[in-house]
Ligand binder design. Structure first.
Ligand code: UD1
Length: 480
């Protein structure tokens, strides 16, 4: 397992390009199951989640090939398999996106329930309600959702839930309804840009979807979808994370390939805090050279502040003097990062569904542990701002959703390296004094041979006069 070693306290400065959006790429790749003919996707980031879904699609008869120019080619050779196993689905919740396309194209889908999650309760009842409304027979057996339908029929479907609309639920219902007989309307559809991007991909393949990006989506079913090409939208979450990396180090960054239209709420909030943001087409320059102001923020469905940047904003506010209140209305329990942020000296208190952040102007490096994808990003940001060394552990979460984040941060001037997570790579400054004293200077076989011991008058061996002195000198931090 790897960890990131970050030497913080350096103001960032530089230019990087933002990758394609993970949350658009995954449902689009899954939707290729419903398409007859090869699909070529550009802008699909190289991520663990993309590899996981590629493996699952391979098991379902759709081969995924990364081409020389970076494009992703998806081609279905065999439409017979309908089973997404727990082995694959448990690795990534977004695997549930294969449910709708499989059902629509193959008449049957048997998909493992995704199971627990670190960011809170994540049921799929709305996905199932939508597919049932299209005429699917659905049952849950031995941890699997089994959905069957000889033919799907258009219906009026309301997809709102207690926490708003559902992103992957809308993707699933939309990807199934495109092949249903008749017209489907989805009310309270998720308006996230990634859902609209899936819709554009499906339309390019021959679907007839209107109202994309609004809560009212209309789909006229077609007989067949055919192979197509599509470029995935830029990742607004990665862009926001990099903007906040510049802000938290009180530095600056120029980001290319940003779709600012998708980021209004985040840009507003950063400007309210005092971050200077200049937009020139798809290039954004972020600069932060003065003290920031505390703000209150609420994570909401699009076009609100995304829940996927809530943790990173909390980290940034942790360096902003004054009191800020952070609330998450999408995943009200998504605060696993708070206890780790305390380890770098942030002052944050959980109160119900809020984090009360009392910003501190000095964070200090620490060893911290990531609990989920966006929490990892928050910890990386905090470590960039903290004085001294930090290590961020369990970064496999980070690798699921950020394409070579440490390379991008390095290009922006950060001191970040990926190392194996073992005690030898933990910087001396992060080992408690006690542990440092106990670590021998050299392995025992390199030690000087011990002087012969004298037997004291009591009959007990006594150490030679120099022994105590040399051992304490040898283990002192300065001798290491
Ligand atoms: C997607 C994103 C994730 C993001 C989230 C919210 C992908 C691959 N993942 O996740 O990064 O954090 O949207 O923007 O795109 N809910 C129900 N019943 C359901 C489905 C959801 O009650 O059937 C609730 C959830 O518990 C949550 C809220 O609705 O409180 C939003 O969840 P949802 O939009 O479905 O999240 P995902 O699609 O899983």
């Amino acid at each position: 397992m790897d960890m990131l070693h970050i030497r913080g306290g350096k103001a960032l400065c530089g230019e990087v390009a933002v990758s394609g959006a993970k949350n658009a790429a995954l449902p689009i790749m899954a939707a290729a199951l419903a398409v007859d003919g090869p699909c070529r996707l550009r802008g699909v980031p190289e991520l663990v989640d993309v590899r996981t879904l590629s493996t699952l699609l391979g098991e379902l008869g759709t081969t995924v090939t990364r081409e020389e120019d970076g494009g992703l080619l998806l081609a279905t050779a065999d439409n017979s398999s309908c089973v997404a196993t727990y082995e694959q689905v448990r690795r990534m919740r977004a695997s549930i996106c294969v449910l709708g396309p499989l059902l629509a194209r193959r008449g049957r889908a048997c998909v493992s329930l995704p199971g627990g999650c670190n960011i809170g309760h994540r049921p799929i009842d709305l996905h199932l309600k939508g597919l049932a409304a299209l005429g699917a027979e659905i049952r849950v057996e031995r941890g699997y959702v089994i959905a069957e339908a000889v033919r799907l029929y258009g219906a009026n479907i309301y997809l709102g839930g207690a926490f708003g609309s559902t992103v992957t639920g809308t993707c699933n219902v939309m990807s199934a309804a495109v092949l249903a007989e008749g017209t489907t309307t989805i009310e309270a559809a998720a308006c996230e840009p990634e859902v609209a991007d899936l819709g554009r991909f499906l339309n390019a393949a021959g679907a007839r979807i209107s109202g994309l990006g609004t809560p009212f989506v209309r789909i006229e079913g077609v007989e067949q979808l055919t192979g197509t090409e599509h470029t995935v939208i830029p990742d607004r979450i990665e862009a926001a994370t990099l903007m906040m990396a510049a802000a938290i180090t009180r530095g600056e960054a120029t980001l290319r390939n940003v779709c600012v239209r998708h980021m209004t709420a985040v840009l507003e909030k950063l400007r309210e805090m005092g971050v200077t943001i200049r937009v020139n087409g798809s290039t954004v320059h972020v600069r932060c050279d003065g003290p920031l102001r505390p703000v209150d923020c609420i994570a909401l469905p699009y076009p609100g502040i995304p829940t996927d940047v809530q943790a990173q904003l909390t980290a940034l506010l942790g360096t902003t003097a004054g009191i800020s209140i952070v609330t998450d209305k999408v995943f009200p329990d998504r605060f696993m990062h708070v206890s780790e942020l305390l380890r770098v000296g942030a002052r944050i208190r959980r109160e119900g569904n809020n984090a009360i952040v009392s910003g501190s102007d000095s964070l200090s490096g620490a060893s911290v542990m990531a609990s989920d994808l966006r929490a990892s990003a928050a910890l990386v940001l905090a470590a960039l701002a903290a004085e001294g060394d930090s290590v961020v552990r369990r970064i496999y979460h980070l690798d699921r959703g950020y394409e070579r984040l440490e390379d991008k941060l390095t290009r922006l001037g950060a001191d970040v390296s990926r190392v194996k997570d073992d005690p030898a790579h933990v910087p001396a400054s992060l080992r408690p004094d006690e542990e440092r004293r106990q670590v021998p200077l050299r392995p025992p076989h390199f030690a000087r041979p011990a002087a012969p011991r004298e037997i004291g008058s009591s009959g007990v061996a006594v150490p030679p006069p120099s022994a105590g002195k040399s051992s304490s000198a040898g283990n002192s931090p300065s001798a290491r």
